[in-house]
Design a protein around this ligand. Structure first.
Ligand code: ASP
Length: 612
């Protein structure tokens, strides 16, 4: 699949790029869409106050050598005027060149002025561009960034690519801005690290969006995720904690749930709160409340008036979710003052942030589910907002002996567990794979060639194993050193069931159209019907010409592969398509004496003609 970059136009109140034209070389380049929604990062002072400055960021980036490599851009795009396209200079930790498209929204907003309409707009934008880019960066104000990140994390179902939100405390136009590092690191992650999560990149850390809160109105480390370790840290090296990454486990394509329920509110308990205030909060049309309680989910158990108001609301179908006023720790049932809430049907929100609790409630309430299912989903871990996998060292040593590996020293989880995973995949030992995952293993952690266990299973054609791995969250978008995804491996080994499964899971071909044409011509010139079918199942168009305008049908005719000719005819390939020398497949056949192949087109071909 090509990434596509192009000119700006303005539609639906936002500035966007048209999509056509430029193919990426997946071996050496990656493509990122940057959605610029507003925020301090692009603000300038007007009448003594900071305001977003429209149409200024792109010009600034083009002049800034840290953010844009003009030489590579000129070499790469020649005379074409791609005014919204930029190239990140070579930087440590980025295996591939990041080519990014800046899409500036109109109007640009201080994030305080954003609401769920903008979340939906951003979500739909990413959905529509999903297959054209390796990852997405959202430039956003910091004030409500944690709300947006949390909301998007729930709206994105079966997300397979990185979506990174970032911003800054000082404008990018200011020499001492923190925006430069935040932006560059976001681009590197979005293009080069297939972390299928909505994250926040800020202050040299990559944090899970729905675990994060803005804790500092001034400092450059403004965001913290007190109940979850960072997914990556940026030093001289980029350290990714692969075992912490949350991955979707359904064999389903990426989709957006574009509806949120706005009838939700946050109610913070304080010592002298009146029953009248609580009752006012619980009035119609409210459908759900996040109750911010003390410590580990505790509530004044002697306030029967408030408890009664809450209980009545629950009986009327309002959902009440308990989350703590403390930034660290979890809601428990340890105290009598906490148990009073669970007894009247308040749901425990674990260690979710208020931002995650509120947006999760909004998302769940917008679903067409029964009230029981809504409550069950609120307590479950949907996008990593609740659980953390802990590594149990004793268990790992046991697993090592189960795999008959004699290792004297337990060095580090990132060396041993990935090795055990590859070994378990090789041996098709799903019990062991399961145990390894429970102990911090990650099916998408790459080896030194950037290949993942899923690549191996796809090469080997282990259908059940591939299904098992996809259900455990293995990423279909990981690229190895050669730009191959698991889908490429399945195609190159003609495992048709696996190709179908990967495509159902959102995988797509990742190559220039003409390169696909070349591959099809190559297969047809060998009479390789299986391979042609593999590309077809993977979503390839069998009529696609190569750089010389030749199609698979030209090559099948030239080399006299009758079965292929029948198959391609059945697939609608055109016997009159001309290559750059003006020659058709029939001309090719005629020149080498296979005129009779052309006659195959004159017969009424049916599906039974070619036995696949
Ligand atoms: N008020 C600004 C905003 O949220 C603050 C920032 O971006 O840091 O858009």
């Amino acid at each position: 699949m090509n990434g596509s970059l192009g000119q700006h136009d303005t539609r639906n109140g936002r500035r966007r790029s048209s999509v056509d034209g430029i193919g990426f070389n997946p071996k050496s380049e990656c493509s990122v869409l940057v959605i610029y929604s507003g925020g301090t990062i692009g603000m300038a002072s007007k009448n003594g106050a900071l305001e977003p400055k429209p149409n200024a960021l792109g010009d600034y980036i083009r002049r800034c050598p840290f953010l844009h490599d003009e030489e590579y851009y000129k070499r790469r795009f020649g005379g074409r005027n791609e005014s919204s396209v930029f190239v990140l200079p070579v930087t440590k930790g980025a295996q591939r060149r990041v080519i990014y498209t800046l899409e500036e929204y109109e109007p640009l907003l201080d994030s305080c002025n954003m609401n769920s309409d903008q979340w939906i707009l951003i979500a739909e934008n990413i959905k529509n561009s999903y297959k054209s880019y390796d990852g997405f960066v959202i430039l956003h104000g910091t004030d409500t960034l944690a709300y947006s990140a949390s909301a998007l994390s729930f709206m994105f179902e079966n997300l397979g690519k990185p979506v990174v939100l970032t911003g800054s405390q000082l404008s990018l136009f200011e020499p001492r801005s923190d925006g430069k590092d935040n932006f560059i690191e976001s681009l590197v992650i979005a293009g080069n690290y297939p972390i299928p999560e909505v994250t926040i990149c800020f202050g040299r850390k990559l944090l899970r969006g729905n675990r994060t809160t803005k804790m500092d109105a001034e400092g450059f480390s403004a965001f913290k995720s007190p109940n979850a370790t960072p997914l990556a840290t940026f030093g001289s090296l980029i350290e990714v904690k692969y075992h912490e990454i949350f991955r979707p486990t359904k064999i389903e394509e990426f989709k957006v749930h574009p509806i949120l329920n706005s009838n939700v509110a946050l109610l913070r308990i304080f010592p002298s709160i009146t029953a009248q205030t609580v009752r006012a909060f619980l009035q119609s049309p409210i459908e759900g409340i996040v109750l911010q309680t003390y410590g580990s989910g505790n509530f004044p158990s002697n306030r029967l008036d408030i408890l009664e108001a809450i209980e009545n609301a629950i009986k009327q179908g309002i959902i009440v979710l308990n989350c703590s006023q403390c930034t660290r720790g979890s809601v428990t049932n340890d105290y009598q003052t906490g148990q009073v809430l669970s007894k009247i049907g308040v749901i425990a929100g674990g260690n979710m942030t208020p931002e995650a609790s509120l947006t999760k409630l909004s998302y769940v309430l917008a679903k067409d589910w029964s009230i029981e299912k809504k409550k069950e989903m609120l307590q479950g871990n949907l996008r990593g907002e609740l659980t953390v996998t802990k590594i149990d060292t004793k268990q790992i040593i046991k697993l090592m002996s189960m795999q008959k590996l004699k290792l004297d020293q337990f060095t580090a989880s990132k060396v041993i567990i990935p090795a055990l995973l590859f070994d378990a995949v090789d041996k098709e030992n799903t019990d062991c794979i399961d145990q390894l995952i429970k102990n911090g293993g990650d099916l998408s952690q790459p080896n030194l060639d950037s290949r993942t266990p899923l690549h191996i299973a796809c090469c080997k054609g282990k259908e059940k194993l591939v299904k098992f791995m996809l259900e455990k969250g293995a990423s279909v978008h990981s690229k190895d050193r050669y730009g191959h995804t698991p889908l490429t491996d399945a195609v190159l080994n003609d495992h048709h069931e696996i190709i179908t499964m990967l495509v159902n899971c959102g995988a797509h071909l990742l190559m220039d159209k003409e390169l696909l044409g070349e591959k099809l011509c190559e297969a047809a010139s060998h009479g390789d019907l299986m391979r042609l079918n593999s590309y077809k199942i993977a979503g390839g168009d069998l009529r696609q010409p190569d750089h010389s305008g030749r199609t698979a049908l030209h090559m099948a005719m030239l080399h006299g592969h009758e079965e292929c000719v029948r198959y391609l005819a059945q697939e609608g390939c055109d016997r009159t398509a001309k290559d750059i020398m003006g020659l058709t497949p029939e001309d090719y056949a005629a020149r080498v004496g296979y005129q009779d192949l052309a006659a195959l087109f004159d017969r009424n071909l049916t599906a039974t003609d070619v036995d696949m």
